[in-house]
Design a protein around this ligand. Structure first.
Ligand SMILES: [Zn+2]
Length: 440
């Protein structure tokens, strides 16, 4: 169990505590549960001039999953860790479905429709695709929540894949390329991007790639980045110390392509990720010191600290501020999946595109709403007797469906349900606890 967040009675964030201490405070009646996910308690007294540790929230933004970690820089303790699963794909699919529905509606032989106001074709400055926007919003939401729950004084974000500064104009000047050093990792990430994450000679993907000298060192080749490429182990061994012109003598087309690609430096734009820069701009607005790291440094930190490759470990290793030793023993990462807040579609359609259901009604049914986390205790002798905990979907009839760790149970009467946490647009999974179905 990870540490538990603590608020005082005025909702001022205090130091997170060990779960044992939180249990004791709860059993003594000195605190109450404030939030289930992430687990937070609220004290019944006000803390006067509390001594708080400065904590740092660290982010490793990804396209499907973003790693989150809260690290105490002084002690090296990872206080909280989570992986945030985005719903970019789900958004894209729904928009495509909407587009298809509209298209078929327009082309259908139907009554005369007045032409619509011409407001299409212009996009505001700074527009980003809805699926990208949702990722940015997910991360900002969680940074906001964490800032409210614990004393955060700094933010670290992985901004770029590799740090060109660390490499000093990679294509022009030589770098001390050495495996296992920070600049070595930056060079590797740079090469992975430049050569498309595949073996330059045979095109193999998803295999371990080695850094390869195009003109071998034994034949006066140097360590400049334009003389480096990536090859899989068999190709690297086969090439050995041969010159590339000898090695690829029977493949002149590939040889010409490789030599051309080696000369052209990677365009900066190719290394820029829109989501991360938009996120960067919005994180600045928090007014906290914002540190930016590179992917090369994250990997270097993670491997030198001996951590496994997970989203939250990567997040904990972002940036130059990473402590020499990271204590992760206590951490049980929380898996957070973005579900959104329902859909805008007013009614479902049949296969010909005609309305199939009544227009949707209000969201709240009998005091509950789809996405609420509930605990239902159904007495014996009833159908579905037992205790069910999970995310519910509200039905007008008052008989709810609950998605529990063990599967979905239907027709649970509203009177047996007790609210654990209001729907907040996210589903949560922690090992050994309630599991949620995958994002729709
Ligand atoms: Zn190969």
């Amino acid at each position: 169990m990870s540490n538990v967040f603590v608020l005082d009675t005025n909702k001022q964030a205090l130091n997170p505590v060990h779960p044992g201490r939180a249990r004791r405070l709860l059993s003594l009646g000195q605190a109450a549960v404030f939030k289930r996910y992430p687990f937070t308690i609220i004290l019944k007294s006000a803390a006067s001039s509390p001594h708080v540790w400065p904590l740092r929230v660290k982010l490793d933004p990804g396209s499907k999953t973003t790693g989150l970690a809260i690290v105490n820089d002084a002690s090296g303790e990872v206080v909280f860790a989570a992986s945030l699963i985005h719903r970019g794909d789900a958004i894209r699919k729904r928009l495509e479905k909407r587009r298809a529905a509209r298209r078929s509606r327009r082309q259908r032989k139907s009554r005369y429709r007045q032409s619509r106001f011409d407001n299409r074709g212009t996009k505001k400055k700074g527009w980003i695709a809805p699926s990208v926007q949702s990722r940015v919003c997910n991360v900002i939401t969680w940074v906001k929540r964490l800032v409210r729950l614990c004393p955060i004084t700094a933010i670290s974000q992985e901004l770029v894949k590799f740090d060109l500064q660390q490499m000093d104009h990679p294509e022009i000047s030589g770098v001390n390329y050495q495996q296992g050093t920070l600049s070595g990792y930056e060079v590797r990430e740079y090469l992975l991007d430049k050569w498309g994450r595949q073996c330059a000679y045979c095109g193999a993907k998803d295999v371990p790639l080695e850094v390869e000298h195009i003109n071998p060192r034994s034949k006066s080749g140097d360590d400049r980045v334009c003389n480096l490429t990536l090859a899989c182990e068999p190709c690297n061994t086969r090439k050995g110390t041969q010159d590339i012109r000898v090695f690829l003598a029977h493949q002149p087309e590939l040889l010409a392509k490789l030599l051309a690609q080696a000369k052209s430096p990677l365009k900066d734009a190719a290394a820029v990720n829109i989501t991360r820069w938009v996120l960067h701009a919005q994180l600045k607005a928090f007014g906290l010191p914002l540190e930016c790291g590179s992917g090369g440094r994250t990997k270097f930190n993670r491997i030198t600290r001996g951590l496994e490759k997970t989203h939250w470990c990567d997040a904990a290793c972002v940036g130059a501020s990473t402590p020499e030793v990271l204590h992760i023993g206590q951490v049980r990462p929380l898996s957070i999946a973005a579900y959104g807040h329902g859909r805008r579609q007013m009614c479902l359609m049949n296969k010909s595109g005609f309305p199939r259901t009544n227009p949707k009604q209000k969201k709240f049914k009998h005091g509950f709403r789809t996405g609420d986390l509930v605990k239902a205790v159904v007495p014996p002798h009833f159908k579905h007797a037992g205790t069910h905990v999970g995310r519910m979907s509200a039905k007008a009839s008052g008989a709810f469906t609950i998605a529990t760790a063990g599967g979905t149970v239907t027709d649970i009467g509203k009177k047996y349900c007790r609210m654990l946490q209001r729907a907040d647009g996210y589903g949560y999974t922690q090992k050994g606890e309630v599991a949620f179905p995958p994002v729709p």
